[in-house]
Design a protein around this ligand. Structure first.
Ligand code: GRG
Length: 295
């Protein structure tokens, strides 16, 4: 666990510096929204998605500078989703990454615009030739992110999460919801590394299956932390889904079976990487990290 934590921190520092450069503060009147974007994107978070982009790209010896642009763009989309998710119209949360949420620190309108700004900026970063010299690669990165973040991915999952039927979902329904809401961006993170690395279809398939397994395990662990974690550990309120009466993996399976399911998925995720042999060790360790995380 020590090595993976060190590797995560090193990648997170690089992503932080890149985000800082990509979102420079400005002093004109619209600078307030940039301040809110920077507040959301800088200074916190595990940076798991950027890490997955960079480590999957490393499997194919992609230059770190290219992978870092994609990692930063994806983190912008993730941060936008958190800012909007915390709004009163959605999860209505005051605490994120151990700090006041954007709409609490500013107001709802600024939070909406900050999220919109981050989402839009992300596609600008992917379209920039700094991200990759090959326009076809950039196009694949853009269409992939649009699919993962849009109504067939994260936005669709969030819609199901907010629907009146949410409380009555069965295990299949919860799995689909989470595949879209949380899994789609995690899957894109691994796909992006494969796109940058011009992976074979077999390699792409292996990474997609790995991502699907860790994405679901990530969500089950999120449910477990909602029950067993504390706001000090997670940096956000706990017991929220339970109090809201939402159907969750823990609610459906019970604590022990939910943990066993997460363990099984992590074991499966690691086996998906066999074709990459020793080169994928950090990605195997990442799977363990997803299972053991407390935040
Ligand atoms: C508003 C379109 C829209 C979507 C929101 C991702 C999301 C969809 C909502 C977040 C709510 C939530 C707590 C989901 C559970 C899993 C999850 C995505 C947790 C947050 O991701 P982490 O743990 O956060 O990677 P950090 O802060 O480490 O980046």
């Amino acid at each position: 666990m020590q090595d993976i934590k060190k590797a995560l921190t090193a990648r997170a520092d690089a992503v932080e510096a890149r985000l800082d450069a990509l979102l420079p503060p400005i002093s004109t009147p619209e600078g307030e929204v940039v301040e809110a974007m920077r507040y959301s994107a800088l200074g916190g978070g595990k940076r798991l998605r950027p890490f997955l982009v960079m480590e999957t790209a490393a499997l194919f010896d992609v230059e770190d500078d290219y992978a870092l642009e994609v990692a930063a763009a994806l983190e912008m989309v993730h941060c936008y989703s958190l800012v909007h998710d915390d709004l009163p119209a959605m999860d209505d949360s005051d605490l994120r990454r151990g700090r006041e949420t954007v709409h609490k620190k500013w107001d709802d309108a600024t939070a909406i615009l900050a999220g919109d700004g981050l989402l839009t900026e992300a596609f600008g970063v992917l379209a920039d030739s700094k991200t990759h010299p090959d326009a076809e690669v950039r196009l694949k990165l853009i269409t992939g992110l649009a699919a993962a973040a849009g109504s067939a991915g994260m936005v669709g999952g969030q819609m199901i999460d907010l629907s009146p039927n949410r409380a009555n979902l069965d295990l299949k329904g919860i799995t689909r919801l989470q595949d879209l809401k949380t899994g789609a961006l995690i899957c894109y993170a691994c796909e992006a590394g494969a796109i940058l690395g011009k992976a074979t279809s077999e390699e792409l398939k292996a990474l997609r299956l790995y991502a699907k397994d860790i994405g679901l395990a990530f969500q089950i662990v999120d449910d477990l932390l909602d029950h067993e974690g504390t706001p000090e550990e997670t940096g956000k309120p706990t017991g929220v889904d339970f109090d809201a009466g939402k159907a969750t993996f823990v609610g459906q399976l019970g604590l022990n079976a939910a943990r066993a399911k997460a363990e099984e998925l992590i074991c499966s995720a690691k086996s998906r990487l066999d074709i990459f042999a020793g080169k994928a060790q950090l990605l195997r360790d990442t799977a363990t990290f997803v299972l053991e995380r407390r935040s």
